[in-house]
Design a protein around this ligand. Structure first.
Ligand SMILES: NC(=O)c1ccc[n+]([C@@H]2O[C@H](COP(=O)([O-])OP(=O)(O)OC[C@H]3O[C@@H](n4cnc5c(N)ncnc54)[C@H](O)[C@@H]3O)[C@@H](O)[C@H]2O)c1
Length: 272
């Protein structure tokens, strides 16, 4: 809390402090905002949906998996489930009736695979691009009128793999590099109308990580997990909540001067 520590008095003066104090008592609030989280039914997306709801937002949990989305939406005070396949314009279009207004879009739905260039098939490369890149493009374009109308904000979930090279992540890195580029491009094209930022997680404990370990390291999960921890100087895996906290902040009034930023949440991985 800044109030009462002298710094706020210095910056805004006493009257300013009184005006701000009700807001400052509860920072990073999103009351009255409508947010949509793609891939919101699991892992990082679910934690983001919960955190935005905790901040007071009405949250639309958009996912391929309607049942899981309904389960989570039912737990949130103002939650709603939306069935959406981010790779299909028709599926996104069908959901638009349920989204007449929107203040916050979190492009979180994503998939991964582990392979270097030589062992990445064209089919797999296209599948990754379809979900991780095309999905962000299609959803954001479809919801752009609502976001322009509300002077809203977008948070794209990238990855450290979009910033630095990670062994055997050829297609995934390419797709997340495109997410970083799309983030900056939207920030540049709509600088006064929309804020668009990217959060780049390191390795985070989610069902997706467990699926990865089961698929690629079935007989050496502990060793693979230890290696993932070792590359993050903080000495642990991230939690979905680590990511969700930053997303909430980026969507808040307090972050109103942050635009086009790519922010790692990786326990120091990309700093090392
Ligand atoms: N877990 C990590 O270590 C990690 C690290 C860096 C970045 N990320 C990124 O975070 C995001 C979420 O990852 P997670 O670990 O929570 O994954 P997860 O697999 O736990 O959840 C992903 C959700 O997206 C949904 N989804 C998948 N394809 C979809 C589609 N076509 N349309 C709509 N929904 C779809 C799934 O049904 C699921 O609910 C992804 O973009 C991922 O690349 C994850």
């Amino acid at each position: 809390m800044l109030v009462g520590n002298g710094w706020v008095d210095f910056v805004v003066g006493r009257a300013g402090v009184d005006e701000m104090s009700s807001d400052m008592e509860q920072p990073y609030r999103l009351d009255g905002k409508v947010a949509l989280v793609t891939g919101g039914a699991s892992g990082i997306g679910a934690a983001i949906a919960r955190e935005l709801a905790r901040a007071g937002a009405e949250v639309l949990v958009a996912d391929l998996d309607l049942e899981a989305a309904q389960g989570l939406a039912g737990e949130l005070p103002l939650g709603r489930a939306v069935q959406m396949d981010v790779t299909e314009a028709a599926s996104i279009g069908a959901a638009l009736d349920q989204i007449p207004t929107l203040d916050i879009l979190v492009n979180n739905a994503g998939i991964s695979m582990a392979a270097d260039l030589a062992s990445t098939s064209e089919e797999e490369f296209e599948r990754l691009m379809r979900v991780n890149v095309h999905g962000v493009y299609l959803v954001t374009r479809a919801l752009l009128p609502q976001l322009l109308m509300s002077h809203g904000c977008i948070v794209n979930i990238g990855s450290v793999a979009g910033i630095v090279g990670v062994k055997k992540r050829f297609a995934y890195s390419a797709s997340k590099g495109a997410v970083v580029a799309m983030t900056r491009q939207i920030a540049v094209d709509y600088p006064k109308e929309i804020r668009c930022n990217c959060v780049a997680p390191g390795t985070v404990q989610t069902p997706y990580l467990e699926g990865y370990l089961e698929k690629y390291h079935k007989h050496e999960k502990d060793k693979a997990r230890a290696e993932m921890i070792a590359r993050q100087p903080s000495g642990r895996l991230g939690t979905p909540e680590d990511i969700a906290s930053l997303v909430r902040f980026l969507c808040s009034r307090e972050a109103s001067f942050i635009n086009g930023a790519v922010l790692p949440v990786d326990g120091g991985w990309t700093a090392a």
